[in-house]
Design a protein around this ligand. Sequence first.
Ligand code: HEM
Length: 440
Amino acid sequence: MSQSIPTPDGLPVLGNALAVGRDPFSYIEAATREHGPVFRVSIPGLSFVCYADPELVERALVTERDRYRKDPRELDLLGTLLGDGLLTARGESWERGREQVQPAFYPGRLREYANVMVAETERTVDGWHAGEHVDIHAEARDLTLSIVASTMFGIERVDETAVVARAADAITGRFEPSRIPVDVPLWVPTPANRRFERAVGDLEAVIDRVLERRAGEAGGRSETDDPDLLSTLRSAAEAGALTEQDVRDQLVTMLLAGHETTAIALTYALALLATHPDEQERVLDEVREVDGDLSPDTSLPHTDRVVRETLRLYPPAYMLFRQTTTADTVAGYEVPEGTRIVLPQWGIHRDDRYYDDPLEFRPDRWTAELRAELPDFAYFPFGGGPRQCIGRRFALLELRLALATVLRSVRLEATSSTEFAPTPALTARPEGPVWLRVRR
Ligand code: HEM
């Protein structure tokens, strides 16, 4: 006989709603610790089951993945903007898309992108002056957007950065937990919906301009160049394998998925280094040791540990959403068909069963022993299974090169106004500007 799934809090409905709405991060963290491995969160209009255990995460993403699919509600909301792009596509359309996009992430391509990553970061840092306070989140967003635009679409610069940034805000904002219980349908003309619609319209116009520009440069790229993602998709469209709309969907997806999460990770990494000057010094020593020579092969073990630790403590994708396609029994509990499932990176990455002093930023914890001992899904900032992040290696390379390039030129200091608490939207982005002082 299976038991019914526990709901934390004596007064489940109201208790959960208040706690989840006020601070979902602390709620998930505490509930994972106190009520794992499986518990239910019920708030008016929404109920889901949380798998707060690495083995169960692996079950949903890998071993029993046929019983789970991406949550259709999430796909529908995101799909308004991303259409049939890779992040939101289902079934055959996803399989085809993944195959078409994959070559843009082959290791040989990543090596070519490394130069762009370093050059764009240099350009960003050159704009900072000694003593200046910079909003590192805004800077990181512009930077990661230029990198993805330049590497994937072969365009030197998206002057329309602000439009993409606004669309990213509009779409991630639609996922704030405060909105979840009364999820207003998109067609109701609330001010937020009107903002969202406008942002989507502007973004589509930008993408069309990019496409037109490239069509106008026909032959601009030499025949011997490896085709970039945009050329690959356009050739597929010319051969009739894709519609113009498919091309647009993949482009919007890459622009958004490729810059938003990486910008958040870079922001937290720099803010954590600014608040841990000894760690910043160690990254700097490492960069000095290689004489500032930054390529994909440069060995930067401590920088890599900083990136790894940042993604543990502040995973930009802080929970994944799934739904059971058929009933499953997990940890002795019956989970019916159609149940919404949450896989909480935020809770598991901060659980002291896997990490000592889990709230401490401590890159040195990442020893070979820890990595060998850790259950596979005690660390999953990029998800797992077939729908694992396609940009994982891209993002890791970008983060290590960007950190090293920034610290090659400047030191960053926290000030009394430095704040970087996350806000719960689709991603765990910092709530407001993240001010750091530049020293040269
Ligand atoms: C630190 C940076 C990043 C993080 C934390 C991150 C995280 C994730 C996660 C957790 C997923 C899986 C979602 C799920 O299973 O529900 C995902 C999927 C995806 N990511 Fe990333 N990502 C990052 C960077 C990137 C970059 C740089 C790109 C592209 C250039 C990218 C493109 C995508 C795409 C297209 C998918 C959908 C893959 C599919 O469903 O086949 N991501 N990402």
